[in-house]
Design a protein around this ligand. Sequence first.
Ligand SMILES: [Fe+2]
Length: 319
Amino acid sequence: MARTRPGRSCPRHYRYSPAVFARAADLEAQSLYIVGGLYGNAFALEAVLAMARREGATLVFNGDFNWFNVDPAEFEGVNETVLQHAALRGNVETEIAGEDSGAGCGCAYPEWVGDAEVERSNEILERLREAARGFPDLRARLGGLPMHLVAEVGILRVGIVHGDAESLAGWQFSQEALRERPGRAQALLDGAAIDVFACTHTCLPVMQEFVGPRGAALIVNNGAAGMPNFRDTRFGLATRIANAPSTRALYGTRLGKWVVEAVPVRYDHEAWMARFDRVWPAGSPASLSYRERIASGPGYEVEQAVRTGAPAGALSRTA
Ligand SMILES: [Fe+2]
């Protein structure tokens, strides 16, 4: 049955209710960077740390900060650094924190992702879990991370998730689902006292306007911080929420006095490619699934990601 095949399923313990977000904030920040999908890219990690440091911003890593870092020293380095900040576990951290649960990579891949790719993700996860076994303490800390956080930036209530508002590996906040069935995302927003949902997991970015229970609302998916997100580009993306725009943002919008932006994570591309090729040579599962994207981005354009049309909302493209 398709529902139980590794990499296709969404385990029961991944699920939560949108009502969990109606709670006091877990953290408050003047300026917040939400970094999802670092995928073990230590160069992108350096870049986001530098960005946050420059403006004294708070960092939240919303999962899948591990993936390509199967080298033990890189596994340890990425996790020791990330865990100094607020973090959620993604499906990757959840699955490597324990032994094989039958969920494979836990990605809950939808039908438009092919079987070969799902199989390769399961193989990458197995190698990463092997690296994690050398670090039982880190493994326990990863398993103990939360699945969601509520942040306050001014009066904005920000729900930080890995997948969507009801599952750690949910795809309702993917650019595909937000385009084809926005009613599902709207229903999730209606069930949560949240102005901005910041998510990742589905690997392509999107920023889409809604009207939530508290007024104007936004779902913002940063795609990947550690991989390119647009055709012919070589930078990752992070979500920034603050009370003033960044000069570095690629696109963004306003919610009242606050800005929500997609900011490029400009890492050392050549160094990262060299390291990736050393760990994942031609023919390896990660090379087959990801090398082309890492080298030159996916077939996706900025115009497809930005769904914040109304000029009346003072929605400013900031770069
Ligand atoms: Fe994920």
